[in-house]
Write a protein that binds this ligand. Structure first.
Ligand code: ATP
Length: 257
């Protein structure tokens, strides 16, 4: 994929992602603020060992169950999400039928067009949010614009790499919220019904595998998975792992998780 970064480098994947974000910034899809937001996520991922931990896989299984049970689920994408995972998101749409809506804090017609083209080239024909005709109550910034046939009328909104404001406003509208955020302390992670504390590229790839495992389950079996899932416990597990890792680096004792 890249000539200059050797695959043996211990931070190979992380360096490839950085390079990808830089390339997509040059294309006008990622904004500079997106690079800073990514850095916050990276810091947490460093502590998590750059791997999907058990608490992440549990939440991903619950998230797929909820998406399969939802009547009108929508995934909302910003520049970073599009740059890092547009192919996998189209694959997820193809298997689950989830709608894809573009929603940007730094919104411009040109950026929306570029992001839409990325998905269209991958074969996605219906993209929401291009002509956002509704406003999410309680928000004043650009992320308030929503598509009446997309996020606005969705029963479940899947919001990778969010700002907490919108997650809270969507909850106030009575929607179920699934979030991906490596930071278990963010308002998004605190607000979501299902908080996936994992890196986005790993998460979406895991989703497709988990969907294959769950696709033949019936409604009550999916509901059972959801009922057994404990979002609060999961976040506590993530925070405990952070504490253990920090202690380990202080004392050289191996973390349990
Ligand atoms: P909140 O408003 O919820 O407190 P915030 O203001 O920190 O969040 P942003 O600045 O928009 O939100 O940051 C986006 C969040 O996305 C950060 O918390 C960061 O941990 C997370 N993040 C960034 N890159 C990734 C990634 N590749 N995978 C998963 N999470 C990521």
């Amino acid at each position: 994929m890249n000539d200059e970064i050797p695959e043996t480098h211990p931070r190979y994947k992380s360096l490839v992602i950085r390079e990808r974000l830089r390339d997509f910034m040059e294309k006008g899809i990622v904004v500079p603020e997106g690079l800073i937001a990514h850095g916050r996520g990276e810091a947490f991922d460093y502590i998590f060992g750059e791997a999907s931990q058990d608490f992440a896989l549990e939440s991903e299984k619950a998230a797929i169950s909820l998406l399969m049970l939802s009547k009108n689920p929508v995934i909302t994408v910003n520049g970073n999400v599009a740059a890092l995972s547009y192919k996998e998101i189209v694959e997820l749409h193809n298997v689950t039928g989830i709608k894809v809506e573009i929603n940007l804090f730094h919104r411009s017609d040109e950026r929306i067009k570029k992001i839409a083209e990325l998905f269209q080239r991958e074969g996605l024909t219906e993209i929401y949010g291009i002509h956002a005709d509704k406003e999410i109550p309680g928000l004043v910034h650009n992320r308030r614009f929503a598509d009446g046939n997309g996020i606005y009328s969705a029963d479940t909104v899947f919001i990778p790499l969010e700002d907490g404001d919108r997650a809270m406003s969507l909850k106030n509208m009575g929607k179920k919220v699934i979030a991906i955020d490596l930071n278990p302390f963010s308002r998004t992670s605190i607000t979501a019904d299902i908080s996936i504390i994992d890196e986005i590229t790993r998460t979406i790839k895991n989703f497709i595998k988990i969907y294959e495992e769950l696709k033949n389950l019936n409604e009550s079996e999916l509901k059972e998975i959801l009922n057994k899932f404990d979002n609060k416990k999961n976040k506590v597990d993530a925070i405990n792992l952070i504490c253990e890792k920090l202690r380990y680096w202080q004392t050289d004792q191996k973390p349990h998780l």
